[in-house]
Write a protein that binds this ligand. Sequence first.
Ligand code: WTA
Length: 652
Amino acid sequence: MTDETLSNLLHEERRFPPDAAFAEAALAQPGLYEQATADRLAFWEEQARALTWASPWTQTLDWSDAPFAKWFVGGTLNVAYNCVDRHVEAGNGERVAIHFEGEPGDTRSITYAQLQREVSKAANALTQLGVEAGDRVAIYLPMIPEAVISMLACARIGAAHSVVFGGFSAEALRSRIDDADAKVVITSDGGYRRGNPSALKPAVDAAVVQTPSVKKVLVVQRTKQDVEWDDERDVWWHDVVDSAPDVHEPQAFDAENPLFILYTSGTTGKPKGILHTSGGYLTQTAYTHRNVFDLRPEKDVYWCTADIGWVTGHSYIVYGPLANGATQVIYEGTPDTPHKGRFWEIIQKYRVTQLYTAPTAIRTFMKWGDEIPAEYDLSSLRVLGSVGEPINPEAWVWYRKHIGGDRTPIVDTWWQTETGAIMISPLPGVTTAKPGSAQVPLPGIAVDVVNDSAEPVPNGSGGYLVLTEPWPSMLRGIWGDPERFKETYWSRFEGLYFAGDGAKKDDDGDIWLLGRVDDVMNVSGHRLSTTEIESALVSHPKVAEAAVVGASDETTGQAVCAFVILRGDAGYDESQAESVVTELRNHVAREIGPIAKPRQIMVVAELPKTRSGKIMRRLLQDVAENRTVGDVTTLADSTVMDLIKKGLGAPS
Ligand code: WTA
């Protein structure tokens, strides 16, 4: 983010106090902060008591082996029982858990009682396929109810799931299956996207050829498109799950039993498998979902538009909402299929009360025009949420005015795959909102903004966002790599969790997030690593060297811009520029997934490097964002930038 945007942000003076009636009736009252400050651990114990435990914990937090935390030590519970069965036992079996809306318009409403039977069948089927507690199961599915059912079935039998976003390539899937040693992959023939069936199974077929750990592939039939079939390995969901017994006795597991691994991009080429466990994770996702969204399970209809393949889908479609007994909408497709009012039509149809979506979507809706949402009745909405990247004040104000009827509170929620649950956010009936700022840590959470020497910065200054106390849903490590866990998050500042985000405290001490300070880009709210895309580019035979930067983009927040040096023997001349660029963009899509496709690839003769050989991405970012190039004095060859600009036809 440039200094200019930063100072514009901090001159944002609009304020939105909570509506008096909302504030009075809100679940979260100001006293929650005082309660948490008075005794943080006792506060978390109280939140944990909202779950149903099979046996109680003996210690709230064991931090003796920091940074490896244990929460609710000795306690046991079954996560799926907490998300499903207990609501049925409490007499809410007939409440709808999921209103599923398929992209082609097919719908299915699943009650908690039905969900209990479906999850039980899937748990029995997975057990028959050889999955045991402690195993890993990879899930590569579109946004269909079976994705939720599969995750809960794994949780029910104590196996960890590793959901891989359906937009990732066969190669990305392969490396994730391999890293986690998954025994079973759950996938489907395909899913619907932009009006067409889009295949998923071919990627699994390609991936599992090289992953000996996989014994079985369980396939949901969604689109009925043709699939290749391996009789030894592949089984249809409708054969093995539908016929399995619909009763399954959930066993209690340790609070620290692994619940899932979710891969996310870091500063090196290899994605990290973020590990989350059971008791603390479920405690914090349920607590935050209830208080941040003011959730009333008996009457609300909540909708989070994230994909199940990202952490937002894990924590705020599956675990938080279901632990709270919420009724929610799950939508399979894109917001413009078959028309640009699809989201608003869904809200009107189900009388959605809470909408949780991403700034990139909001900016797209702004671009499509105010008249589209204006055609629908959105009066059921009570709370609007934003997640994934900083929301610019204009998008915030538009969201509130055109979607929230100038009435609803907006919660700008900051968190990460690693934090597992929301950490910084306004509380809807308490906080006077400032557009563009996530503002305050939630009760129970401790954050600060520090300078290079780990000293808290005064109000009005910026620095690095850190978390100063352990929290229940914190990652328990990086799968198979404890050293990398310590190195990535805990080595920058002694005893503090380094989030990788820049932040500023305003004069009131409220926090404004400023984007990543490391080599991670945020494109449409998706985390991508510059190094990962660079390795993908370099794996193409024509590429000698590559440097990738995130350049600001009006709609997607950041966009991937790549600079490549081609090999001398690539036989390249200017006339082929276009075809080489297309070839390389497609290559990245094949290696990682379409979301990683560079917006721009620039063929250059040199890259700017320091004397120690480190690429100076900051300078390339200046080029990609059409700015005057910054300080070049640390370059090994200070003329390189002129060469690059000349080559690109930019004014020097
Ligand atoms: C960014 C998504 C500003 C941030 C839940 C973080 C945000 C990264 C916000 C994590 C927000 C997420 N304001 N920035 N409200 N929410 N981010 O792991 O840079 O996909 O580090 O988790 O997204 O992305 P992840």
